[in-house]
Design a protein around this ligand. Structure first.
Ligand code: PAF
Length: 287
């Protein structure tokens, strides 16, 4: 497995792969891998001959009051985990290599970025779309795989890839959960035992919304209020949003149906912000 740091080295390596006719798959990550990341790498390997993983904790998608410094990192552990996967190369640049002095360009999606996570993190998605554009230009993948836990991010990436005519197929990988339902996230490493118990309010909140739907409830407001009460009944929780949206375009809905998704963002102890989502009528294996 190649470990490359400089954008020009990465571009050169990938040019060599392309010359031999390989289809390139990219999995962009911020590291501190868990089974969710590994599932994205395995999905990429199903769609590409050569899998490249990027590992970069992108500072421009964090606001000054957010957890950039506390974001879990362990490069050696990550490399050990990658060596067991079908990953041909890792692109792990430094912030200085990605944003050299004089850098001043931004890629921004207008509408989709204003709601859900974009309401309380107004600069977050411009940071994401700008860094992902750079990663696409550096790695030049045919296929790129992103997790569905960041459902809004995935929708925004699909949008700019279409809008900018980028010849890259975007694939979403299903959420991977712990046995008790907690969606896997690198940030879970920052939860102590009691905070982790409170983090279960998200997945059980999705379960509650599904139960209400099964019992015939169709008013979004009633389901959202029940889920909010449920989350706040756990200690240490505060809600960023509990939203019922149309999974096809992220628009908020008043009446729920089979396309409705519950999207959640919850702060645990004011320090760890977790997101999760689920369709009210889940695809079979997720239930
Ligand atoms: O989802 C993430 O880990 C990040 O937002 C991404 C896509 C790697 C961009 O920094």
């Amino acid at each position: 497995m190649e470990i490359l740091q400089r954008p020009d080295e990465m571009q050169q390596w990938v040019r060599g792969q392309r010359r031999s006719g390989a289809c390139i798959g990219l999995v962009p990550t911020m590291g501190f891998f868990h089974d969710g990341h590994l599932s994205l790498m395995r999905l990429a390997a199903q769609h590409a001959d050569t899998v490249v993983v990027s590992l970069f904790v992108n500072p421009t998608q964090f606001a000054p009051n957010e957890d950039l410094d506390r974001y879990p990192r362990d490069f050696e552990r990550d490399m050990l985990m990658l060596r067991r996967e079908q990953v041909a190369a890792v692109f792990a640049p430094t912030p200085e290599l990605m944003y050299p002095p004089g850098f001043q360009t931004e890629v921004r999606v207008q509408h989709l970025t204003k709601y859900l996570c974009g309401r309380t993190r107004p600069h977050h998605f411009a940071g994401v779309t700008t860094v992902v554009t750079k990663l696409f230009n550096i790695v030049q993948p045919d296929v790129a795989v992103f997790g569905e836990k960041d459902y809004q991010q995935l929708a925004i990436i699909r949008r700019f890839v279409t809008d900018l005519n980028l010849p890259i197929r975007i694939i979403g990988g299903p959420i991977v959960r712990e046995d008790d339902g907690l969606a896997m996230s690198s940030r879970n490493a920052n939860l102590d035992r009691s905070h982790r118990a409170s983090a279960l309010s998200l997945s059980t909140g999705i379960g509650l919304a599904r139960d209400l739907y099964r019992q015939g409830e169709r008013k979004a407001m009633t389901i959202a209020t029940a889920v909010q009460r449920h989350i706040l009944s756990f200690p240490h929780t505060s809600i960023d949003y509990v939203s019922l949206i149309d999974s096809r375009n992220l628009d908020p809905v008043e009446q729920v149906d089979v396309h409705t998704m519950l999207a959640l963002a919850v702060h645990i102890d004011g320090k760890v912000r977790l997101i999760d989502n689920g369709l009210l009528v889940p695809i079979k294996k997720e239930e």
